[in-house]
Design a binder for this molecule. Structure first.
Ligand code: FAD
Length: 263
């Protein structure tokens, strides 16, 4: 398979840098082709602004989604964005790797998403009408491909458990897994999460590295998170709410969008 790893850590000698090397080495050993986007090393521009759209008149009012749509349709996106889109189309698997910063991805990686996920590429895809709300959540440009997160966190596993004070890790990562990866079509694998890493020593590193190697070995066979497909009949259109007969009665929140019973 072809694997793209997007890496978001400012220090190559960090734990994340070491884990990236472990992942890449194992992927190559398994015969996969690997490309890495190293956002800090590349000096990735993270903010969306007028300069992203060279075809937009300098005095034109800047409307980000409209500008994105027009630029994508006209082939007028910037070179750095088009290069990342080409890598996404090339890759069978996308891996996003980052340290958890303020319960989210570092700003530079969010900026990669904001700029690379153009209108017409990652959103605004497919028919939008009274009967169809586009190709998204299981359908879209990147359908048929796999994606997963590699995340490190200072907090303990217990802090991210079902009753942990930080909130469950699956809930915290839902906006990324469901909102950023599943949205444009990826089958999303369960994340690789390493908690309590800030005082990790060499002895503690090896079990984490081995767990990561195992995830890289099983990239093609790990079952994806069973998110419900938007256009699979589970949601009412156009309200896009889950049909009343589905999900646990009285339940709400992210877990409703898992196809537990039917999956
Ligand atoms: P590093 O600091 O590079 O290394 C961590 C430890 O691993 C060090 O002790 C290092 O010596 C050791 N190590 C062991 N083996 C190796 C090796 N082979 N190579 C390199 N190092 C090794 N945590 C949360 O849980 N939730 C949050 O919301 C959160 N927000 C944060 C916000 C900010 C701005 C910052 C700076 C940190 C935050 N943290 C949070 C903590 C953060 O998630 C961790 O510091 C981070 O995941 C550690 O990864 P690292 O690559 O930076 O580790």
């Amino acid at each position: 398979m072809k694997v793209l790893l997007v890496f978001a850590h400012p220090e190559p000698r960090s734990l994340n840098g070491a884990l990236r090397d472990v992942a890449v080495q194992e992927l190559l050993a398994q015969g996969h082709e690997v490309r890495v986007t190293d956002l800090y090393a590349d000096g990735w521009k993270s903010q969306v602004d007028h300069a992203d759209f060279p075809l937009l008149a300098p005095d034109a009012r800047f409307k980000p989604a409209a500008a994105s749509s027009e630029a994508f349709a006209a082939g007028g996106l910037t070179t750095d964005v088009r290069a990342e889109q080409e890598k996404l189309l090339w890759a069978d698997v996308l891996i996003l790797q980052f340290p958890l910063w303020w319960f989210a991805m570092p700003a530079i990686l969010k900026g990669w998403v904001d700029r690379v996920y153009a209108y017409g590429f990652a959103y605004g895809v497919g028919e939008h009408s009274d009967t169809r709300w586009g190709d998204r959540y299981g359908e879209g440009t990147l359908a048929g491909k796999r994606a997963m997160l590699i995340v490190t966190a200072g907090g303990w596993d217990e802090h991210y458990s079902a009753r942990g004070v930080n909130g469950p890790i699956d809930d915290l990562l839902f906006p990324i897994n469901h909102g950023i990866l599943y949205y444009p079509g990826y089958d999303v694998l369960p994340p690789f999460v390493a908690c309590r890493v800030d005082r990790l020593d060499a002895a503690g590193f090896e079990p984490v590295a081995e767990r990561l190697r195992d995830r890289m070995r099983t990239l093609a066979t790990t079952p994806p998170i069973p998110y419900r497909r938007q256009n699979g009949g589970d949601y009412l259109i156009p309200s896009m709410t889950l049909r009343p007969c589905l999900g646990d009665p009285g339940a709400n929140g992210f877990a409703l969008h898992l196809d537990r019973a039917e999956g």
